[in-house]
Design a protein around this ligand. Structure first.
Ligand code: SF4
Length: 641
């Protein structure tokens, strides 16, 4: 039986009445987004029409997901809530703290010893409060969620920007901060400004080298990194129905890169197949019973301009593969124009490393399509020119691709298979020679490519593409290679062309796994003690803040007014700082050190108004704190994206 099956049944049971009531109230057909949002109102019955981007509305999400870096502070906060159990099904996933260096086995072993204290803490808190715990090596949060917990029509919040990945299985899934997760786990309402709605109509069918990744790379080019802010993006049309469930996940995953609140697709046959393929036929049967409530009304999709605030149409049949970057995921180049862009912009032409995987692109389909390209290197006597790494998204995928001989295929072209974890995607990459800060190009199938994100080197030009394009370029070792039109010279001196990739949405022999890495919580956790050493530099129990005295805040000083992009990476850098995510005092030493100060265009240099000197942001904040002065932060674009 699927996890939390009863909760899913209850959600579906309530849907018809709730959604029909809203339809009656509004007197018009509904988008899927409206159905799911109104199906999850905290106060159950919708009795008013919510104004988009104006009204704040209380919701009741079905579940909460947390990754190991952000879960630490969230759970430290939850321990203060005085509850014996989380109010909704919740999970913790150990994926961010594993550093990629030598390969899966060795890196996992190192992580288990360097992060033992944190894993023990997360494991024991989860055990105590009824939270499912996915151990290190089990996989990346969003892939594990898609494989086990996401369900059509559900609503989830998660302490990670790419929680939105679950929209691929028809959920409204939203990335939030730890405090929001704590509210929901404590049984309180969760507030969201009612979003605007963007409809993306997909017509035609993907073919050749084009993949689901290229849909979102194109959308990112159209909407840019801030075009989705305050909006939910709903995909529909015959093209949407032709894309695999995991492909839909890829598209929704990178919705975070356009700043969208979330993205989603309606329930269809591809989702049904995926549910059945991942051992959840029971959920599929329940979804079938309420299928009309798990997608937008036909009238909406027939005349979308009447119901969405903005409509985009993309013809999949003519879609080209895209390469986006460097330094921003919305800098979209169709592959036919990319070689020119490399030359005109003086991007480093030699490709140093191709990296595939991450939560964005590590499904069985992604891996099989990439492997279908990789295998051609051997068949066509091509010497692979770049380094090449593979990050499987979960142990379920890793075990299955090993059984099916695909890991061997990658290893035969010199590929290194990394642990089932985030690794290079979040700067957890002990890349050799990165400290020399040389200009170089890498290409990944990940989602983000901001400066320093992958290896800490500001001179690494990071580009984003589909796993199959990454693989083709890694074979060529050249950023200007276009596998659709270009040939390569093989070891016999012959000109050879790579064939189009092909893959399988689901494994022909079904998925397999020996140990998926899941640890169920105790039924009664009251006797479990959570121990945190007062000497720890990684964990620190929280002391409740003094309650607000009800008066206006006065005499505050401006700490920083940020300029330009101010994403989560600028607010709290990842990489080496991830180790302090459970220690409020220590992690405060990286607060906003990546944000550009609008007053002097510098990072980590702000005016300390007490001393008159320019000082690092955390030092200045500490000086104000010591003087009993509250600081003000003014964010700019993409704040907290
Ligand atoms: S793989 Fe990358 S984007 Fe995905 S959860 Fe991990 S760090 Fe975030």
């Amino acid at each position: 039986m699927a996890f939390d099956f009863k909760m899913i049944q209850q959600t579906y049971r309530a849907f018809p009445d709730r959604i029909n009531a809203v339809r009656k109230l509004l007197q018009h057909p509904l988008t899927l987004t409206q159905k799911i949002l109104t199906g999850h109102l905290f106060d159950e019955a919708a009795n008013q029409q919510y104004q988009r981007v104006i009204d704040y509305v209380d919701f009741k999400p079905d579940r909460v997901a947390m990754q190991d870096a952000t879960a630490q502070m969230a759970l430290l906060q939850f321990m203060q809530a005085g509850k014996s159990k989380a109010a909704v099904p919740s999970t913790v996933h150990c994926d961010h703290l594993i550093q990629a260096k030598s390969g899966a086995l060795e890196d996992l072993k190192t992580a288990l010893s360097t992060n033992q204290e944190v894993y023990d803490f997360l494991g024991s808190v989860s055990n105590k409060y009824g939270i499912g715990f996915w151990k290190p090596g089990a996989g990346i949060i969003h892939q594990v969620i898609l494989e086990n917990y996401a369900f059509p029509g559900g609503m989830m919040i998660g302490t990670d920007s790419h929680t939105v990945n679950a929209g691929g299985l028809g959920m409204v899934a939203i990335g939030v901060g730890g405090a929001d997760a704590v509210d929901v786990m404590a049984g309180m309402p969760w507030e969201l400004k009612f979003p605007k709605l963007v409809g993306v109509k997909l017509i035609g069918k993907l073919n050749g080298w084009a993949s689901a990744k290229d849909v979102i790379l194109k959308v990112a080019g159209i909407l840019t990194v801030k075009g989705g802010t305050g909006k939910i993006v709903e995909y529909f049309g015959e093209g949407a129905e032709s894309i695999s469930c995991t492909g839909k996940g890829t598209i929704c995953n990178m919705g975070a890169e356009i700043g969208a609140t979330t993205s989603l697709f309606g329930y269809d046959k591809k989702m049904r197949d995926y549910l059945v393929g991942t051992d959840r036929a029971d959920v599929a049967e329940e979804a079938d019973k309420v299928a009309e409530y798990l997608t937008g009304d036909p009238e909406v999709y027939a005349t979308p301009e009447q119901y969405f605030d903005e409509v985009i149409e993309i013809d999949l049949s003519t879609l080209e593969p895209y390469i986006n970057g460097p330094f921003s995921p919305d800098k979209a180049w169709p592959i036919s124009e990319f070689a020119k862009a490399v030359k005109e912009n003086d991007y480093p032409q030699k490709l140093e490393v191709g990296l595939i995987g991450s939560c964005t692109n590590s499904s069985y389909e992604d891996i099989t399509r990439a492997a279908s390209v990789a295998v051609q290197a051997k068949e066509k006597h091509l010497k692979v020119k770049s380094e090449y790494t593979v990050t499987p998204g979960s142990e379920l995928v890793r075990y299955t691709i090993e059984r099916d001989g695909l890991i061997k295929t990658f290893e035969e072209i010199g590929g290194v298979v990394l642990a089932n974890a985030c690794g290079p995607c979040i700067g957890q990459w002990a890349r050799h020679n990165a400290d020399k800060q040389e200009r170089n190009s890498i290409i990944t199938s990940f989602n983000r490519n901001f400066a320093k994100r992958n290896d800490g080197n500001p001179n690494t030009f990071s580009f984003v593409a589909s796993p199959e394009i990454v693989t083709a370029l890694a074979i060529a070792g050249d950023m200007t290679f276009n596998p659709i039109t270009d040939t390569l010279t093989n070891e016999n001196g012959e000109q050879v062309k790579l064939d189009e990739p092909h893959g399988l949405e689901l494994p022909a022999k079904g998925f397999a796994v020996e140990d998926n890495g899941y640890q169920a919580p105790s039924e009664d956790g009251s006797g479990i003690e959570v121990v945190v050493s007062p000497e720890s530099e990684r964990l620190q129990l929280l002391i409740p803040f003094a309650p607000w005295n009800g008066e206006d805040l006065t005499g505050l000083k401006l700490l920083i007014k940020a300029k330009g992009k101010c994403t989560t990476d600028h607010i709290s850098m990842a990489g080496p700082w991830l180790r302090y995510r459970g220690h409020l005092d220590n992690i405060s030493n990286n607060m906003l050190i990546g944000a550009v100060n609008a007053a002097n265009d510098q990072t980590n240099s702000v005016l300390n108004q007490l001393s008159g000197d320019y000082q690092p942001v955390p030092d200045t904040a500490r000086a104000y704190k010591a003087a009993g002065i509250g600081p003000i932060v003014v964010g700019d674009e993409n704040y907290g994206e």
